[in-house]
Design a protein around this ligand. Structure first.
Ligand SMILES: *[C@@H]1O[C@H](CO)[C@@H](O)[C@H](O)[C@H]1NC(C)=O
Ligand SMILES: *[C@@H]1O[C@H](CO)[C@@H](O)[C@H](O)[C@H]1NC(C)=O
Length: 333
């Protein structure tokens, strides 16, 4: 009786042990990608056959066994040292989501571990931070993360596919600088910053900031960067400015030319009243401003002022004044 009781007790312990090891394993994968389903088993079961199955786990429900390393889209690997066997399901489709079992074959009832596979679309994210910059400039992409991940691997990749992001990372927190990219991890504020130097047009597009997690899918945030052509913007500004300068120079030269032409005429001939009248009509000089200049000069030289008009100094522009100064000098000699 005592022996029987002891035996039952040991059996219960053993059963409880098997049952307690059996929790539901939650696995998440990306549609179109692959997922690893890892199941651990107890000591002593290393040489036993393991398998992955669906539904009732009848013979036709077994997807792959350790005796066959690859079957259809399933692969299996038994790590006997770690006592973990891993089934890889590739080419995931929405129909692959749901309940699976990890099985360990043995005499009597097999040992089962329940697996729940969840699938996610392989694109990220609903929220995108938009950034704008120019060719040749540098831009910093700020990637916030939860403080619990401060010691996890951080990385950034192009595109919006989380499944391939870490493999195709442009830079990770393992290296601070890589080509035009620099990664600074501010663990205190929970944010890492990726700076892209010497931007080119083709840097435009989507980026994913990633944080690696051990047993769950990595976490991501998305950034949309637009790099504009700085050269064209400068050209758009330079062309009108250059045109404006040309126009101003031409106007200035034209006015000076007219004034100097007047000087030449005046130094040769003493002006007569008719000349003034001619000029007034826009005759030989065709320049109203000259009349003012001329009248002013007449007054300085004590010529009779036929009209008695006062010269309009206030109407003088800088160019006229400058040009007239040359005239004064010429006249004083
Ligand atoms: C699954 O495991 C294999 C072998 O360890 C590894 O090469 C592969 O990257 C893993 N796949 C995923 C999606 O984690
Ligand atoms: C999107 O961004 C807004 C504002 O930054 C935030 O409140 C919201 O929670 C974000 N939504 C998702 C799905 O991340």
């Amino acid at each position: 009786m005592w022996i029987l009781q002891n035996l039952l007790f040991t059996l219960c312990i053993a059963l409880r042990y098997v049952t307690s090891a059996v929790g539901v394993i939650h696995v998440t994968g990306y549609v179109g990608s692959e997922v690893n389903v890892s199941c651990s088993y107890d000591e002593g079961y290393e040489p036993y056959e393991k398998y992955l199955c669906k539904n009732d786990c009848g013979n036709s429900d077994v997807l792959i066994k350790t005796s066959e390393s690859r079957k259809n889209k399933y692969g299996i690997h038994d790590d006997r040292t770690a006592r973990i066997f891993t089934t890889t399901i590739s080419d995931l489709h929405s129909v692959d989501a749901g309940k699976y079992w990890c099985g360990v074959s043995r005499i009597g009832k097999d040992i089962y571990t329940e697996v729940e596979l969840k699938l996610m679309p392989d694109s990220c994210c609903d929220n995108m931070t938009k950034l704008e910059s120019y060719e040749g400039y540098s831009e910093s992409i700020s990637c916030p993360y939860e403080i619990q991940y401060q010691n996890n691997l951080k990385y950034i990749c192009r595109g919006n596919q989380p499944s391939t992001c870490r493999r195709q990372a442009l830079i990770t927190s393992h290296s601070r600088q890589h080509g035009r990219f620099r990664l600074d991890d501010d663990k205190v504020s929970g944010k890492f910053t990726v700076t892209i130097n010497n931007l080119v047009k083709t840097d435009s597009g989507s980026y994913l900031c990633g944080v690696q997690r051990n047993s769950e899918l990595d976490v991501f945030s998305a950034v949309e960067l637009e790099v504009k052509e700085a050269v064209h913007y400068a050209a758009y500004a330079v062309v009108p400015v250059v045109l404006l300068i040309c126009v101003l120079v031409i106007i200035y030269k034209y006015k000076c030319y007219n004034v100097r032409a007047t000087e030449a005429v005046m130094s040769r001939n003493t002006p007569k009243a008719e000349d003034v009248i001619d000029a007034d009509k826009g005759g030989i000089y065709g320049n109203q401003e000259f009349v003012v200049t001329f009248k002013q000069q007449s007054a300085l030289n004590n010529f009779d002022d036929p009209g008695g008009d006062e010269p309009d100094y206030e109407n003088f522009t800088t160019e006229e004044f400058y040009c007239n100064e040359n005239y004064h000098k010429a006249n004083r000699r």
